[in-house]
Design a protein around this ligand. Structure first.
Ligand code: OGA
Ligand code: MN
Length: 284
């Protein structure tokens, strides 16, 4: 196995590890450790299938259901398409409401930060990628927290934040009534600690709506400041997808966003699963 860094703040590329083979407990522990320590882990050239991705996801914890389908219909589905592909011949174009709704992913966010138990790891595998566009950007809120002054770290240490899917996503596309009703705003800790290595980070992103107990203007100023500090150009690492890439990211401390592509011209077929967090952030 070979490991090389992706960015000085976070991330590693791992070659020589087959994610689709049955994994023993040492290999599973290694995957958790890579996520704990590096936050983003890229495994190129994986011969992935949906079945193998589900097995991999279950071996890392409890799979998290797709909240869009669950919120609309109550149906539990654990793997979903990111992109516009429907099947081998058909894809959604720019005018399709689903394509529009996916554009919400182009705001910096942490997956499911608006759920009582937010995501731990997201696993995204690329099958088909556009010739132009379609890259995904990442930044570390752990590195960003470390860059704050000690005074600022102390000032934000015990704050709580409301995360609200409807607040963030209605900026780019309408949210289905049932889906909206299934996702009331959720209170999260602003500062989180990794349970295994103790490293701290702040936890904001697009779904962060307001600071609990603070006025609207003060809330926005702080959340915008923290988001802006985390996502500065020089702190970003961009994943330019190649088919066969499987990427893990740690939603506890990473922000990510899509950069968009032309759905009228290109097909994009990626499959995503998520591992649920261990519990609400307020009991961490
Ligand atoms: C996601 C996501 C961004 C992209 O899969 O959770 O936000 O580039 N993806 O598709
Ligand atoms: Mn996402």
């Amino acid at each position: 196995m070979e490991i090389e860094p992706l960015h000085e703040d976070f991330g590693v590329r791992v070659r020589g590890f087959d994610l689709t083979a049955p994994l023993d407990s040492e290999e599973i522990a290694l995957l958790h450790r890579l996520v704990d320590d590096y936050s983003v882990v890229l495994f190129p050239a994986q011969r992935m299938t949906d079945e193998a991705q589900m097995l991999l996801t279950s071996s890392l914890g409890e799979p998290e259901e797709n909240h869009v389908i669950y919120g609309r219909t109550g149906e539990l589905v654990y793997i979903g398409t990111v992109g516009n592909v429907i099947d081998g011949q058909t894809q959604r174009d720019e005018s399709d409401p689903h394509t529009q709704s996916m554009k919400g992913n182009n705001l910096w966010h942490s997956d499911s930060s608006f759920r009582a138990v937010p995501s731990y790891i997201s696993i995204l595998h690329a099958y088909e990628v556009p010739k132009r566009g379609g890259a995904t950007e990442f930044v570390s809120q752990r590195a960003a927290y470390k860059r704050l002054s000690g005074t600022k770290q102390t000032a934000i240490q015990d704050l709580h934040v409301l995360h609200d899917y409807v607040f963030s996503r209605t900026k780019t596309a309408p949210v289905h009534d049932n889906h909206a009703a299934s996702l009331p705003p959720i209170e999260q800790k602003l500062v989180r600690s990794n349970p295994n290595n103790g490293l701290q980070n702040y936890y904001v992103g697009a779904h962060a709506r307001s600071i609990v107990g603070w006025g609207g203007i003060e809330s926005r100023l702080l959340i915008d400041e923290l988001n802006a500090l985390a996502t500065r150009q020089e702190y970003r690492w961009t994943q330019f997808w190649t088919p066969g890439d499987t990427l893990f990211w740690d939603n506890r401390c990473i922000l990510h966003r899509g950069t968009g592509y032309d759905a009228d011209r290109y097909r994009r077929n990626m499959r995503q699963t998520r591992v649920r967090g261990l519990g609400p952030t307020l009991s961490e």
